[in-house]
Design a protein around this ligand. Structure first.
Ligand SMILES: NC(=O)c1ccc[n+]([C@@H]2O[C@H](COP(=O)([O-])OP(=O)(O)OC[C@H]3O[C@@H](n4cnc5c(N)ncnc54)[C@H](O)[C@@H]3O)[C@@H](O)[C@H]2O)c1
Ligand SMILES: O=c1ccn([C@@H]2O[C@H](COP(=O)(O)OP(=O)(O)O[C@H]3O[C@H](CO)[C@@H](O)[C@H](O)[C@H]3O)[C@@H](O)[C@H]2O)c(=O)[nH]1
Length: 446
């Protein structure tokens, strides 16, 4: 089938390239001409494992092209996807301006009837609104609007797209449902369940899935704090509950709180939608609160633990101390720093007088755009050298594999705060480190 993908960001590029891989012909459109130029030269603007190969092969087979010319792409294709951003507006709502603008552009460019598929994450009722915009600006042409939310995770995006747990499709017409069945027919041999439903249900499935997963993360973080307070062990607790099939083991790893471009904005947007519908989602509201409380509480714990480990009694213990932050991306295997723990912790410690140096294998460029003043190191060793403490924020394999005994003498003071529970508490103590992790017993260095 012939597809135009409006928006070539994380979702548009992965979806476009993967739809091309399974046999469709895809034109990826973006208004950012530098992005399109880079893609035409074969440069992938994001760090996403496996994506470069998929793009390269699809381009070589002439199944995937890139353009800034939306009108031409719309005219040449029967199915038009909208995969533009829906960031958080200042009032917590989902900012739908790009979706609405894209819908208007599609309508104006249309030369015949089209199927318009909303891939972006949008509140319930948006697809109907998109339908009204298309109707208003599309002249005599008819448009079938489809909701087809995306569930890929950054860092695993290609695999998630090609081997999905399910495909959710919301439609209002049989014609659109049939077109979507045909589009996803290549997944039939894998027995991927298709959830065919209404537009609103499909839109809400996306928010519910993210809110539920975010709830698991916030829950385990609260349990980790309780483990700290009671002397219990979060690793055993997580396993002990997760082995119950009704609960499941996934998304029960404690950390610095959920971040990224989706959970924070989607949980908040869901609470606003629900309030507006006079149907507050109190659990999700608590999850949002819990997550922002968690990271701020961790900020205080970092300061207290470092001060105690250094034997520093001053009321401004971080002044003049050099602190290395290991991992700046919101999670491993991505360069995305949107709502990353580093973007909260680095300014917080810096405000208390600490000198911060950050290291990340992929997020250097992204963090520089966000916090231009942050000093960055080119390697773990460079970051750690002369540091009074190292704070681990991202679970990159390279960071998990640090050989701490060889780092001990590089540091000015052997203090490690690990907010991803990557290392063995006993070994860290045996290697002479003051080591704090989440919900696990603290052992004094030997
Ligand atoms: N990032 C993820 O992991 C993920 C996963 C699932 C769903 N989503 C949802 O998918 C949507 C897109 O997210 P993203 O992370 O890919 O966003 P993004 O910001 O990375 O990409 C959006 C792209 O759309 C382009 N764009 C905007 N308006 C345009 C227009 N009128 N014409 C052409 N191009 C236009 C922008 O230039 C940008 O390149 C959001 O609703 C998001 O919530 C994201
Ligand atoms: O056990 C866990 C699992 C996750 N996280 C954190 O939770 C956040 C989100 O992680 P993840 O879900 O892996 O990343 P995303 O790429 O943001 O993907 C989520 O958001 C996407 C955008 O909506 C959805 O498509 C995906 O299904 C959904 O998993 C990150 O800060 C993780 O560090 C934890 O702290 N502990």
């Amino acid at each position: 089938m012939k597809i135009a993908m409006i928006g070539t960001g994380y979702v548009g590029l992965v979806t476009g390239a993967c739809l091309a891989k399974i046999g469709h012909r895809v034109t990826c459109v973006d208004q950012d001409s530098s992005k399109v130029r880079a893609l035409r030269r074969g440069n992938i603007p994001i760090y996403e494992p496996g994506l470069e190969t998929v793009v390269e092969q699809a381009v070589a087979k002439k199944k995937l092209t890139f353009t800034t010319d939306l009108a031409k792409a719309v005219k040449a294709n029967d199915i038009v996807f909208i995969a533009v951003g829906t960031p958080q507006a200042s009032d917590g709502r989902s900012d739908l301006r790009d979706v609405e603008a894209a819908a208007k552009q599609i309508a104006k460019a249309a030369n015949k009837s089209k199927i318009v598929v909303v891939k972006s994450t949008v509140p319930a009722g948006t697809c109907k609104r998109v339908g009204r915009i298309l109707g208003k600006h599309g002249g005599e042409h008819t448009f079938d609007v489809v909701s087809n939310p995306e569930f890929l995770r950054e860092g695993d995006a290609v695999n998630d797209f090609l081997d999905p747990d399910r495909i959710v499709i919301g439609t209002a017409t049989e014609r659109a449902a049939n077109a979507m069945r045909k589009l996803y027919a290549p997944f039939e041999p894998q027995d991927v369940p298709l959830v065919l439903t209404s537009l609103e249900t499909s839109e809400l499935i996306k928010y519910s899935a993210n809110a539920f997963l975010a709830t698991k993360v916030a829950f385990i973080n609260e349990m980790a704090n309780l483990c700290d307070a009671t002397g219990a062990d979060i690793e055993a607790l997580s396993r002990g509950i997760g082995l119950d099939n009704r609960i499941g083991r996934a998304f029960l790893k404690p950390g610095p709180g959920y971040g990224g471009s989706c959970f924070p904005k989607d949980t908040l947007a869901l609470t606003v939608q629900a309030q507006e519908a006079d149907c507050p989602v109190r659990i999700v509201e608590s999850v949002v609160d819990s997550n922002s409380f968690h990271i701020r509480r961790l900020g205080r714990r970092i300061t207290d633990f470092c001060a105690a480990s250094w034997g520093e009694t001053s009321n401004v213990p971080l002044v003049g101390k050099r602190i290395a932050i290991l991992g700046l991306a919101f999670k491993a295997n991505t360069d995305d720093v949107r709502s990353a723990a580093s973007t909260v912790i680095a300014p917080l410690l810096s405000k208390q007088g600490a000198e911060i140096v950050g290291y990340d294998p992929a997020a250097d460029k992204a963090i520089t755009e966000l916090i231009p003043t942050l000093e960055r190191a080119k390697s773990i060793e460079e970051a750690i050298k002369g540091a009074d403490a190292a704070i681990v924020l991202t679970e990159w394999a390279e960071i998990g594999a640090i050989d701490w005994p060889t780092m001990h003498d590089l540091m000015r003071q052997p203090v490690v705060v690990d907010l991803r529970n990557l290392y063995n508490t006993v070994k860290m103590a045996q290697n002479g480190f003051y080591y704090l992790s989440l919900g696990r017993p603290h052992i004094a260095p030997v």
